[in-house]
Design a protein around this ligand. Sequence first.
Ligand code: UD1
Length: 370
Amino acid sequence: MSKKVLITGGAGFIGSHLADDLLKEGYEVRALDCLSPQVHGEKRDRPNYLHKDVELIIGDIRDKEIVSLALQDVSIVFHLASMVGVGQSMYEIRKYTDVNNLGTAILMECLIDSSVEKLITASSMSIYGEGAYQDGFGTIHHNSKRYVSDLKNKKWELYNDGQELQPVPTSENKVPALSSVYALSKYDQERLSLITGEAYNIPTTALRFFNVYGTRQALSNPYTGVLAIFASRFINNKPPVIFEDGNQQRDFIHVSDVARACVLAMESEKANGEVFNIGSGKQYKISFVAQKLAHVMGKEIKPEISGEYRVGDIRHCFGDISKARKLLSFEPQKNFDDGLLELSQWLEHQIANDSIEKANQELSKRGLTI
Ligand code: UD1
């Protein structure tokens, strides 16, 4: 008999792709998802992209009864249910803490009495805060940070003794430096999972995702990832708004690679009790990403550089993925050009309600853009 897998947040962007992969591998898939209006729209319909064989339970991760029900007969759990906006987390503090931290705590209590044999939790590169940096002497700095006084003067980069530091790939050894409520909640999810897993002999893995992009990312959610936000602006023939100067760097990993990493972590005993960076091993500047997306979407729209800092944002972070390569045999397969092309083809059939201006005003009126 095939094993049953529960994906919390399974109707979402990453969860739905993972569900497709698991079904192909012969697993039975159940999704627990609240179909949040911010992601799925006010009607909260079952998304069309969700594979018909996924058993969808509509419910909240903070509802202990529903979570226990969702865990019945389940062998493997992927915990992906989360609120995901860094900016939004800085004012919806209670909501983020409630859904992400408390939701995970409730899931953990329910797991104790379940038949689950393996837990994989989605963590995030955001827990690192700033990535790793190197100075002119080759010394690696793990505690670099930026100061509001510098950011007000549009001094965006990081310095040590007056010398500009260069970003280098960040490995799992970097001590977390939590710079947003969202990051704090992801770290909480990761640790709660590993601590509970160890205490109750449930093999557990936390995957620190870098910036995931691809089809099915919610386009009308102004708090989603940068590529989906930029896509929504282009669809509406408006310029994307770039914070800072656009030279900040991120590691964009295609959702198909993330789904594969999830399956590898599930299948490998070497993953038990471990954390892994799941990124592409490459990095790009945000302004370059905006240009590239405009190009594949056939738009001649120049981005607007706001020159403002979004509170909670870090300057550069990209992953050292050697641990996942070594222990999980993980190798990213979709290069950025192919991933963007696939995204642009999907975007041709999408409608996006662009509310980014309103979202940015929300940040600005609270002093969360500087
Ligand atoms: C993102 C995800 C986070 C995930 C992490 C790792 C979101 C909202 N954030 O965080 O959930 O855990 O990757 O996978 O999905 N930017 C602009 N203009 C915009 C929006 C963003 O210039 O309209 C800039 C930001 O200032 C930042 C960069 O783009 O410098 C990336 O922002 P974002 O997509 O929010 O990602 P992360 O904060 O890296």
